[in-house]
Design a protein around this ligand. Structure first.
Ligand code: UD1
Length: 421
């Protein structure tokens, strides 16, 4: 299992190229199942979850292949299997997003039920009840969701009890080929939802309102392939910005989407960072100063993203002053805290909040990544830790969501290397 070896103490400085968004790429790749002709996607990051999506598409009978330079081509005209196996779904929960497209296009789908994961129970009840309202018959047998519909799905009015990114995406993909109009109320508003809607519209779908709590989808009889470029990754961008703030550095993120990061940039400015933005870049300069800790509460977009919570907990720990970070989306998303304790971070867990008093003096230590964004917080802590080096074990979590992270950080001046084992 690969590990990362980091020697802290160097401020990050320079330019970093931001990759395509993992959380936009996954639903977009799977949406290709809906098209009758080949799709070509660009700015697709080279990540383990993307490879799992391509393997899943190939398992369904599609021809999915990587071309050069972040491009992927998928021909789903030859899909001959509607079963997403446990072997793939267990390695990537987002595989459940094939349910909507398969059901809409082929009238049936059998998809392994994703289990819980390190950060919470993460049920898929909203996905299933929305599809039932559209006329699907759904049962769970032997750990698999079995869904079928006679004829086409029927457009309907769906009110979602909770804001869910995945359920909004799955139901949008189901509705594009349904008969009539579907309205999703209390829809998630994340930028990745807008990106998926734009991609579906490029295939010939009629989706309006994406990015607002009410998404309307007028079903069409068929969709064609498209050429589509994936949105820049806002969580990768935010992670580099926090790493630069923690090391009192000065970096510029290129090929970024500043308009997707309002809540994160606002917090960084409150922490004392000078942040400038252009159409596709963000520059952060700490002028060598220590950050000031801020209170944060995670929320669905446009609130503060849960996927940035762990990174800010690490930053608050070494910043000046006391602050509280409250997690409202997932029930168990503080697995990074005990690992940060091992590096000397003073963080107290109180229910769903992480309380810091500031000025923690971090020292390098062997630590273990527990989930994707937790891994990012350990890297940030390691970049500022003194005395010993830090080794981060189980970085396969990191490889799910950060493209070439050690290369990018090295170019910014970090002392980081991957140890292959
Ligand atoms: C997506 C992101 C993930 C991010 C999360 C919240 C992808 C691939 N992953 O995950 O990085 O952390 O959004 O921004 O895009 N819930 C239910 N029933 C459901 C569905 C969700 O109770 O049917 C709950 C979840 O357990 C969770 C909350 O709703 O507590 C939000 O989850 P959701 O927005 O669905 O997250 P994902 O789409 O899984």
């Amino acid at each position: 299992m690969d590990k990362l070896l980091i020697r802290g103490g160097r401020p990050l400085s320079g330019d970093v190229e931001i990759s395509g968004a993992k959380n936009a790429a996954l639903p977009i790749l799977l949406a290709s199942l809906l098209a009758d002709t080949p799709c070509r996607f660009s700015n697709v990051p080279e990540l383990r979850d993307v490879n799992t999506s391509l393997a899943l598409l190939n398992q369904l009978g599609a021809k999915a292949k990587r071309l050069s330079d972040g491009c992927v081509e998928i021909d789903a005209s030859c899909v001959n299997n509607q079963v997403a196996s446990y072997e793939l779904v267990k390695t990537m929960r987002a595989s459940v997003l094939v349910l909507g497209p398969l059901l809409a296009k082929f009238g049936e789908a059998t998809v392994s039920l994703p289990g819980g994961c390190a950060i919470g129970a993460r049920p898929v009840n909203l996905h299933l009840s929305g599809m039932e309202q559209m006329g699907a018959e759904i049962s769970v047998e032997g750990g698999y969701i079995k869904a079928q519909v006679k004829g086409r799905l029927k457009g309907c009015h769906i009110f979602m009890d909770m804001v869910s990114v995945g359920a909004t995406e799955n139901l949008m993909m189901a509705a594009v080929l349904a008969e009539g109009v579907t309205v999703i109320e209390n829809a998630a508003r994340e930028p990745e939802i807008v990106d998926l809607a734009n991609c579906l519209n490029a295939m010939g779908a009629k989706v309006t309102g994406a990015g607002t709590p009410k998404v309307s989808i007028k079903g069409v009889a068929s969709l064609k392939g498209c050429d589509y470029q994936v949105l820049p990754d806002r969580i990768e961008t935010g992670t580099f910005l926090v790493a630069a703030a923690a090391t009192r550095g000065h970096i510029r993120c290129l090929h970024a989407a500043p308009e997707t990061l309002d809540a994160v940039i606002d917090k960084l400015r409150k922490m004392g960072a000078e942040v400038a933005t252009g159409p596709d870049w963000i520059e952060l300069n700490m002028h060598g100063k220590q950050a000031k800790a801020v209170n944060i509460s995670t929320d669905p977009h446009p609130g503060f993203p849960t996927d940035m919570q762990a990174q800010f907990v690490a930053l608050n720990a070494i910043a000046s002053g006391a602050a509280t970070v409250t997690e409202t989306i997932f029930e168990n998303r503080f697995m990074h805290v005990p690992e940060l304790h091992r590096m000397g971070a003073e963080i107290e867990l109180r229910g769903n909040s992480a309380v810091t008093n500031g000025d923690s003096k971090l020292k390098g230590a062997p630590v273990m990544a527990t989930d994707l964004r937790a891994s990012a917080s350990l890297i940030i802590a390691a970049l500022v830790a003194s005395e010993c080096e830090t080794t981060i074990d189980r970085i396969y979590h990191l490889d799910r969501g950060y493209e070439k992270i050690e290369e990018k950080l090295s170019r910014l001046g970090a002392d980081i290397k991957r140890i292959k084992e």
